[in-house]
Write a protein that binds this ligand. Structure first.
Ligand code: MG
Ligand code: ZN
Length: 365
């Protein structure tokens, strides 16, 4: 009898525990709806699903970005073309407006539109840009500059001086120092308390404060010549920006997946994709440890109209086919991890990222 009672009590307590557990699990989404403090936004230029999978197959059926818990698709058309360029594509992601191909940080009427980076900076968050190309190239320019044409590299470089960006690292030194107007923007950056780095070693030595990393005279070289520039500079930037307890916004670009895809060069696409994935790994490592960081990964457009016909896991033996030497109009993948990641699933417009990030970071206009 005593034993029977004891068993009944046990059963009751198990039942109550189970109910509590079920209740907690059911209502967990409410408590999980916390806002991120930091956002790391990674753009694989030209990175469609075939480029992602090419990297995954070559890497033995695994990529760092598989750690993301939500995924979706972004529609990439611009205001005047079905198939976007990186100017309009970057502007859509950065500023939340569809614009004409070739334009940077402006709406189709040539009116400047504030980017998410500029808004974050205005709200006293730290901000950064790390890219595998010149910092004046279309994608990074979309976050910092407002120009009618993406080829206006010297004007775009000048726009860096008009902002309060904390860290920017990439190539394009000559657009700051060897200019037709004879201005030396590096000296002007120094006067604004920027530390200047010309090498990756110099970048790694900086732990706090403002940093302008101009690592190459013009465009960065591709992989393998570029080495671990992108993952290392990303890690260094996260270390610097995370000093700000209010939070940070960092944009990172795997710039040359696009260039390899323009060349329809499968082996180079794999190399650039895996370099970008290593960089994604750095962002996800920080986000996991930090717990307050949202990581979003997407592309501005697909390049090459690439598909994969055959492959072998763990080998770069990949049979790919391309339908163009230019960009294609297909939607691109989106991956997200961290608080707020659930907002980046399903089909979305490329202009929806800015508003969502703005809301999640509780930025005031
Ligand atoms: Mg780009
Ligand atoms: Zn391109």
């Amino acid at each position: 009898m005593i034993i029977t009672n004891y068993i009944i009590q046990m059963k009751n307590s198990i039942f109550i525990t189970s109910v509590c557990l079920l209740f907690c699990l059911t209502f967990q989404p409410l408590s999980a709806q916390k806002n991120p403090k930091n956002v790391i936004f990674l753009i694989g230029d030209g990175m469609g699903i075939a480029q992602v999978y090419a990297g995954m197959v070559a890497n033995g059926n695994h990529l760092e970005l598989e750690r993301c818990t939500y995924s979706g698709f972004s529609k990439t058309y611009s205001s005047n073309k079905f198939t976007t360029d990186s100017g309009a594509g970057g502007t859509a992601l950065a500023c939340g407006v569809k614009t004409k191909n070739g334009m940077i940080g402006m709406n189709p009427d040539s009116v400047a539109v504030q980017s998410i980076l500029e808004l974050a900076s205005k709200n006293n968050l730290s901000t950064g840009i790390v890219v595998a190309c010149a910092v004046t190239h279309a994608t990074p320019a979309s976050y910092i500059a407002h120009q009618i044409n993406r080829d206006m590299y010297e004007e775009i470089a000048t726009d860096y001086l008009k902002t309060n960006i904390d860290v920017f690292i990439g190539g394009g030194r000559k657009y700051f120092e060897d200019r037709t107007d004879n201005r030396n923007l590096t000296n002007e950056l120094k006067a604004k308390n920027y530390q200047i780095a010309y090498t990756l070693k110099d970048v790694k030595a900086v732990k706090i404060g403002k940093l302008a990393g101009l690592l190459y005279d013009d465009q960065n070289p591709g992989i393998p010549e570029r080495g671990t520039m992108l993952p290392d500079a990303t890690e260094a930037s996260i270390n610097i920006l995370s000093n700000n307890k209010k939070g940070f916004f960092l944009m990172v670009e795997g710039s040359q997946i696009d260039w390899a895809a323009h060349d329809n060069n499968t082996q180079q696409i794999i190399k650039e994709m895996l370099d970008f994935d290593q960089t994604i790994g750095k962002a996800l490592d920080f986000a996991k440890k930090d717990g307050n960081t949202l990581v979003i990964i997407t592309a501005d457009h697909e390049t090459g109209g690439m598909t994969i016909l055959d492959g072998k896991f763990g080998s770069d033996m990949l049979k790919a086919a391309f339908t163009t030497k230019s960009h294609s109009g297909v939607p691109v993948p989106v991956f997200a991890y961290g608080p707020g990641a659930e907002n980046f699933s399903g089909f979305m417009e490329n202009i929806s990222f800015k508003g969502k990030i703005e809301k999640l970071l509780k930025l005031k206009k």
